[in-house]
Design a protein around this ligand. Structure first.
Ligand SMILES: NC(=O)c1ccc[n+]([C@@H]2O[C@H](COP(=O)([O-])OP(=O)(O)OC[C@H]3O[C@@H](n4cnc5c(N)ncnc54)[C@H](OP(=O)(O)O)[C@@H]3O)[C@@H](O)[C@H]2O)c1
Length: 280
């Protein structure tokens, strides 16, 4: 069994951005991401600080807009402001958001050129029509991992657990765009294990600690664990790593799998946003 480590994948993505960023800085352009934050809880602050550290290491600016958003309108206003601010090249809305904010209703407000999370209708339509441009970073991180480790997707049977707008749904289209045969499971799916057992590639993004057990996986399959769950103060994935590790051929560990690649994809998308801005 091979661990699909995220670090080498992330490092390769970061390295590719270096010369592009150098050129931008030489031309007087500092790539800048605005992170809209509503929560000051410890995991949110830690996540923001880790992004900021990484982005600044590569010469980019990471700026927090910390706001107590009361409702959907407040978020729309912030996104409008960011869309109009020429010094901002990309925007990230940090989750979780308060329950009173419906993120889906705000998606059309942000300029698609700054939508480095790939969630505006324009970028979703691109994904839908197999002309991917900005795609949701975690979904793209899954594809980057598989490509880096040479995992064939064409004609493979893929099962995705979870249908969130930022992971499960976009990933479904991304696999279809790569000619895989895809099945999506969710909380109303019956007899999930009979479906997951057929998967050549199983991606789990349900947010339930150690949900995927040994009897749910196919021998020799590839497992991508997107889940980041806290259990007894420890970060654990959706997959019971210890139970499945001797059955599957490849698996992403948690931590150290998908997470670092997601941050690298975010930086890659920021660089792409600046390039588009320059060539406009
Ligand atoms: N590594 C990263 O960079 C990264 C990025 C994003 C998220 N995550 C992690 O990924 C996990 C999922 O997050 P998300 O935002 O994709 O999803 P989400 O919005 O939390 O939704 C969870 C999905 O899983 C399904 N689900 C929940 N319990 C289930 C069960 N018992 N059986 C089958 N399906 C079930 C839900 O079904 P319904 O639709 O029917 O409710 C839903 O589609 C979380 O642990 C999150 O922290 C990690």
């Amino acid at each position: 069994m091979m661990d699909l480590l995220g670090k080498p994948v992330a490092d390769a993505i970061f390295e590719k951005q270096k010369p592009k960023i150098k050129e931008m800085l030489a031309g007087g352009v500092v790539p800048k991401i605005a992170v809209i934050r509503t929560m000051n809880d410890e995991p949110s602050v830690r996540y923001f600080n880790s992004i900021k550290k990484k982005f600044e290491k590569y010469g980019c600016e990471c700026y927090a807009i910390t706001k107590e958003l009361q409702n959907t309108y407040d978020l729309k206003e912030e996104l409008r402001r960011c869309s109009e601010d020429d010094s901002i090249h990309g925007v990230l809305v940090q989750r979780p958001l308060p329950k009173t904010v419906n993120v889906v209703d705000t998606l059309g407000v942000l300029s698609p050129q700054k939508d480095i999370e790939g969630l505006t209708p324009y970028n979703l339509a691109k994904l839908f029509t197999n002309k991917e441009f900005f795609t949701p970073c975690t979904a793209e991180a899954v594809i980057e991992l598989l490509e880096y480790y040479g995992v064939e997707m064409e004609s493979r049977r893929v099962v995705i657990l979870g249908r969130s707008i930022s992971v499960g749904k976009p990933l479904t289209l991304m696999f279809l765009n790569r000619n895989a045969t895809v099945t999506v499971c969710h909380s109303r799916t019956e007899d999930i294990s009979s479906i997951t057992k057929e998967a050549d590639i199983l991606v789990s993004s349900v947010g339930v600690a150690r949900f995927v057990k040994d009897y749910m996986v196919k021998k020799g399959s590839v497992i991508i664990d997107v889940g980041m769950n806290s259990k007894n103060g420890k970060l654990v994935g959706d997959v019971d790593y210890e139970e499945v590790k001797d059955i599957v051929s490849m698996i992403t560990p948690v931590p150290g799998g998908v997470g670092p690649v997601t941050v690298a994809v975010l930086l890659k998308n920021l660089v792409k946003a600046v390039e588009m801005n320059i060539h406009d």
